[in-house]
Design a protein around this ligand. Structure first.
Ligand SMILES: Cc1ncc(C[n+]2csc(CCOP(=O)(O)OP(=O)(O)O)c2C)c(N)n1
Ligand SMILES: [Mg+2]
Length: 547
């Protein structure tokens, strides 16, 4: 019997395939052409993109939608450098991602090798872990360890650099120690019964508890868990996944609700700027902290130590399940109803709001037209990017599979997110809501979507302005000093038509729903370019709700 020889690249591709990977988001380059070659012997599907950050954003969306690590392959040096910034968005969103970057050969290190760069150090601040593979024999284990880390505890991105000589070198198959499924699977940390009972005791003693969940619960299973906690424990919940923190448009009058709470439950949620490091809470408010990382608990201890009623290291899903299993008859339905009014109520005059400008819509009219399409199918994927315009969609349209740009606050990921979503969801609509400035970041990925027949509908709000920053100028320096934030009212719809997709220009509210219908029916990646008035993001205050 012959002992087949395999390259390092074959070991990487086969380990990924054996771990259940099906789709790789990638951009080619010298250092990873061996991986492209190895993929031919597997069922791995390579989605070849137009800029490396897009590949990482796609892997991020994959992680959020499937709960398993999304995988990106990029080349060394500049390819890796382009990919790294996108890890920040995944890191802040607790999204499991594996970035594999080819790199200069081991023997070139320190000698000025082609595209030589200390890649592991570059990625380290934006990854849970980051290292360079050092041997062919342990390569399968390296990949398994990275996959496991990415999905364990607080999920997040992991990076491994793969030297090109290790990818090219051959080894007899009998000498390879293949990773097993046990090496890949995350090991859950559960909440012990006694700890769950202690947490429930704290909850039962509270009059006005509020649970703030971390972004890892902004998934379909996460939202379902939170809905059960609300229903069974009368415990109001919200997910903090916005750089706008307590002013997140999703959660209405959250800032005022937080100030009223007498207990804040942080479930996988770091005490950070989004909750004003604890200063947004009432002086007597207590905290219950359940988190996968001891470091998060330690930070909460430093910030609000004397007010912590109970804290435990636990994964968030098992923690939620333990509370549900052991709770009996706690909480107040009246408080839940009141809190929901703060979170989900919207001003009474909003249904009447309309554009005041001919040939332009108000963002609220865009949401009014889009919402029925989202509501029609629970599998719909709705992606809301940053900027002022997209906050209206965050405020007005819910969906079990809704993604935002997340706490990182980086704009531009929504087009890659939409494309990756279509590799997972084959039937239901995929919508991306984004501003015109944001559209420019990954416009070229429409070519990827068209080439790979991955249809989705982008609903671009064109106000010919980086409006979020324009608003900051007006607020902080005065209207007279607002400058440099203008854009052209460009025909982004024609860009997409030219690439072979479907384009629509919409200037009147009544034209939008028919345009969405045509875009979906086209079966093509589509851009609906909506001319909009320039409005700030919506703000909701408690007093506005009953007015
Ligand atoms: C990567 C990144 N660069 C810059 C910013 C700062 N920023 C936030 S919103 C915004 C303007 C977005 O403009 P647009 O997409 O047109 O939306 P609008 O605010 O006009 O509705 C900018 C520049 C950011 N958040 N992320
Ligand atoms: Mg704009």
């Amino acid at each position: 019997m012959t002992d087949t020889k395999l390259r390092g690249a074959d070991i990487v591709a086969r380990t990924l395939e054996r771990a259940g990977a099906t789709t790789i988001f990638t951009l080619s380059g010298n250092h990873i052409m061996s991986l492209f070659d190895a993929a031919l012997e597997t069922r791995l599907d390579l989605v070849h993109v137009r800029q490396e950050a897009a590949a990482v954003h796609m892997a991020d969306a994959w992680g959020r939608l499937t709960g398993t690590p999304g995988i990106a392959w990029v080349t060394g040096g500049p390819g890796h450098a382009n990919a790294v910034p996108a890890l920040y968005t995944a890191l802040c969103q607790d999204s499991p991602v594996l970035l594999l970057s080819g790199c200069h050969a081991t023997w070139e290190t320190g000698r000025g090798g082609f595209q030589e760069l200390d890649q592991a150090s570059l990625a380290a601040p934006v990854a849970k872990a980051s290292w360079t593979a050092t041997s062919l024999a342990t390569l399968s284990q390296d990949i398994a360890r990275a996959l496991r880390l990415a999905a364990s505890g607080r999920p997040g991105p992991v990076h491994v650099s793969l030297p090109s000589d290790i990818l090219d070198a051959e080894i007899a198959e009998s000498h390879i120690t293949w990773a097993t499924s046990g090496d890949v699977a995350p090991e859950p940390v559960t909440l012990a019964d006694a700890a769950a009972d202690a947490a429930l005791g704290v909850l039962a003693a509270a009059q006005r508890p509020l649970l703030i969940a971390g972004p890892q619960l902004a998934t379909r299973p996460g939202r379902a868990l939170l809905a059960r906690l609300e229903a069974e424990l009368n415990l109001p919940t919200c997910i903090m996944e916005s750089p706008r923190g307590l002013n997140d448009a999703t959660w209405g009058a959250l800032a005022e609700l937080v100030a009223r709470a007498d207990l804040i439950v942080l479930l996988g949620k770091k005490l950070d700027f989004t909750v004003k490091f604890g200063a947004a809470m009432d002086a007597e408010c207590r905290f219950l902290v359940l988190d996968p990382e001891a470091e998060t608990l330690a930070r909460a201890q430093r910030e609000v130590g004397q007010w912590i009623a109970f804290a435990a290291v636990t994964d968030v899903h098992p923690a939620g399940e333990a509370l549900l299993a052991r709770a009996a008859n706690i909480g107040s339905p009246d408080w839940l109803a009141e809190a929901r009014h703060y979170l989900h109520g919207r001003p009474a005059n909003w249904p009447e709001m309309r554009s005041q400008t001919p040939n332009k819509l108000h963002a609220i009219e865009v949401c009014r037209a889009l919402k029925p399409f989202v509501d029609a199918d629970p599998d719909t994927v709705l992606i809301c990017d940053g900027g002022e315009y997209a906050q209206w969609a965050q405020s007005l349209i819910r969906a079990p599979r809704r993604m935002t740009n997340g706490v990182a606050g980086a704009i531009g990921a929504s087009l890659p997110f939409a494309i990756a979503s279509r590799t997972i969801e084959r039937q239901a609509p995929v919508f991306a809501v984004l501003g015109d400035g944001t559209f420019g970041f990954h416009m070229a990925e429409f070519e990827t979507a068209i080439r790979r027949n991955l249809p989705f509908v982008a609903i671009v709000g064109t106000d010919a302005r980086w409006n979020a920053e324009h608003n900051i100028q007006v607020r902080d320096y005065g209207a007279q000093r607002a400058h440099g934030c203008d854009l052209l009212p460009a025909r982004y719809d024609l860009v997409v038509t030219a690439l072979g997709g479907h384009g629509e220009l919409v200037e009147y509210a009544e034209d939008l729903a028919p345009a969405i219908t045509r875009a979906l029916a086209s079966g093509k990646p589509a851009c609906i370019n909506v001319m909009i008035e320039s409005h700030a993001a919506p703000t909701v205050r408690r007093a506005m709700l009953d007015a």
